[in-house]
Design a protein around this ligand. Structure first.
Ligand code: AGP
Length: 608
């Protein structure tokens, strides 16, 4: 996903822009650029490839003097990665320059209109229509021109804008793409995300949809699309800079795998009060909890996989019907909303376009929406009726690990709360669940000790073309996440299958030596999964089994076994996923790939 940084103040802008863009590299990009006002004109440098190229081009920013500027890392949506398509984008006179994150959905029509008026387009991007529209509307006052553009465009945008004849200000606006404003004594900033500005300030304002901000060296002013001033409260960011740094690990992903015990502990501890689950932010009375007739969980990617686990746990523990939908499907399948439906939107970033759109779709039908979100103040967190934060801290690696584990923990708490209030579990059962849940962080800690063993096993599969993950029930949910972790960072094709489904077609793909990872943590389903292991073994598969301590007999069937500490079956996913995360990490590392920034992927997909 694209990254935006802007600065105006007493310091040189270019080094601050480059530093801020470096903190946003985790979002995934294919080109980068900066523009700075040097006292006479706006100068710009941009190039395809890694940020390092731009740093070398500008000697760390030294060749671009000036105290106001904007920068951008581009994740291509319209137009291939190239120097020309990189942002920023100038108008013809170089009097206005723009950076943009998002998609202008009606850019084709606007481009034709502008070309008919004589505007020349240099790039293939949708963004370029913005700078020519601004030129069309600009009559010396930037704010009305920006507002006119906001009314003309459809789609999503986070914008950074500079006007050559107004060099004492920097402008920004947003709709559906995140943008924050940082205020400091040495200057003011805009950025797509907090890590980009944390070195300079902890005082942050979250720009709301269709708001504009005008920054000067010593202040910030907010406006709505009707040119009315808006007062905003400042948020003080409380996590520290090294939380967004590698902390001595080779990759953010490994650091975040090791942060999972803390992420789970920080998510559950504040909400587990002596024999009770207290989720104040749920905003629901016991009466309202009892009135819930159906839960719709909606999310994307790993958050969706957490939701699949949530379905099994909520249905079994709280006896509530639960549907789980991919957000990109939910929003177009014209879902049936019945009385008493609670929607739960799960999102690490809180900015995923499909999940945000699904949230709005549900709310438009009068459905109450609970967000389970990791990034404080993100769009989904702010637009949901209530938000239950996962306290995993900033997650930088594109492949989610600690946020996923924290999402599972949040769903367990929710299930326990609903089960207790609805009377589907006894006091004794609740206490057992609470005790088992409180042990999960230490059990994850102990499991991390298998790192070297998993690393050695992973070396055998660096050249593999296909891998399969199978399981039943919650083990199927674990398979989904294990498979995605592997493919997204190792680029090895992998599929997750409900173990019972394999024989209905896919087993035809099993050949001599095909790796099948079999999850067998659910006691009642264990014998069935053993039969599925035998099925694939007889067709030549090499089976890695992940099961609970004590199931030594599995070694008669599986070729390689990883044992996880015995825990409550509801919570098995939180443990079984650890070796699968490490396996994916070491396969990717062994293949020499960019573990934290896998090709084609972005940390948060804020476009459709
Ligand atoms: C998971 O490792 C991926 N990065 C991706 O599937 C991610 O979970 C998905 O894009 C949803 O992101 P969100 O949780 O920020 O909404």
């Amino acid at each position: 996903m694209c990254g935006i940084v802007g600065y105006i103040g007493e310091n040189q802008a270019a080094p601050i822009l480059l530093d801020g863009l470096a903190k946003l590299e985790y979002r995934g990009y294919d080109s980068a650029g900066i523009a700075v006002y040097n006292g006479q004109e706006i100068v710009m440098e941009k190039s395809m490839g890694r940020l390092k190229i731009l740093e070398e081009l500008t000697h760390g920013g030294a060749t671009m003097p000036g105290t106001v500027g904007i920068g951008h890392t581009r994740w291509a949506t319209h137009g291939s990665p190239s120097d020309t398509n990189a942002h920023p984008h100038f108008n013809k006179e170089h009097s206005i320059v723009v950076v943009h994150n998002g998609i202008i959905e009606n850019y084709g029509k606007l481009k034709t209109m502008l070309e008919n008026k004589g505007y020349e387009f240099l790039s293939e991007t949708d963004t370029e229509v913005l700078v020519h529209l601004l030129t069309e509307y600009y009559d010396g006052d930037p704010i009305p021109a920006i507002e006119k553009v906001m009314r003309r465009v459809e789609g999503s945008y986070a914008l950074g804008i500079m006007f050559r004849d107004d060099p004492s200000h920097l402008y920004a606006a947003r709709k559906d793409s995140p943008l924050i404003v940082g205020a400091s004594a040495k200057g003011n900033l805009i950025a797509s995300d907090v890590p980009a500005i944390l070195r300079y300030t902890r005082e942050v304002y979250y720009l709301e949809n269709e708001e504009i901000v005008r920054l000067s060296a010593d202040g910030v002013e907010f406006f709505n699309i009707d040119n009315e001033k808006v007062e905003k409260n400042v948020t003080v960011i409380d996590w520290d800079l090294d939380a967004a740094e590698k902390g001595g690990y080779e990759h953010f992903m490994l650091k975040e795998i090791y942060e999972q015990p803390k992420a789970v502990r920080d998510t559950i501890s504040p909400r587990l009060k002596d024999s009770d689950v207290v989720i104040e932010e749920l905003g629901m009375t016991d009466e309202e909890i009892r009135a819930v007739q159906k839960i719709c969980i909606v999310a994307c990617g790993s958050a969706y996989h957490a939701g699949v686990t949530g379905k099994y746990v909520l249905e079994r523990m709280a006896r509530i019907p639960v549907e789980v939908d991919l957000a990109s499907e939910f929003r177009y399948r014209d879902p049936i909303y019945q009385e008493g439906t609670l929607a739960i939107v799960i999102s690490q970033s809180g900015e995923t376009a499909d999940s945000l759109a699904a949230l709005r779709e549900a709310q438009q039908h009068g459905v109450r929406v609970l967000g389970i979100v990791n990034v404080v103040g993100s769009s989904i967190a702010r637009e949901a009726d209530n938000v239950m934060y996962t306290w995993a801290g900033p997650e930088i690696s594109v492949a989610t690990t600690k946020a996923y584990s924290a999402q599972l923990a949040a769903l367990y708490l929710l299930a326990m709360k609903f089960a207790w209030v609805r009377g589907t579990i006894t006091r004794e059962e609740f206490r057992t669940l609470q005790s088992d849940l409180e042990q999960i962080p230490e059990q994850i800690e102990s499991l991390l000790g298998i790192k070297e063993r998993v690393q050695r096993f992973a070396q055998r599969y660096l050249a593999a073309d296909h891998m399969f993950f199978i399981g039943r029930g919650i083990d199927y949910a674990i398979s989904l996440e294990g498979s995605l972790k592997l493919k997204e960072i190792s680029y090895i094709h992998s599929e997750a299958y409900a173990a019972g489904e394999l024989k209905h077609g896919t087993i035809s793909l099993i050949e001599e030596g095909t790796l099948v990872v079999a999850l067998a943590t659910q006691e009642k389903l264990y014998p069935k999964t053993i039969s599925n292991i035998v099925e694939v073994k007889t067709r030549g598969a090499f089976v890695l089994a992940v099961t609970n301590f004590g199931h030594k007999e599995i070694e008669k069937n599986a070729d390689y076994v990883i044992y996880i500490p015995k825990t409550n079956e509801y919570f098995a996913n939180s443990l079984a996923i650890i070796p699968l995360q490490l396996f994916a990490y070491y396969v990717s590392l062994g293949k020499g790939l960019d573990v934290d920034k896998p090709r084609n992927l972005a940390k948060s997909v804020t476009v459709e």
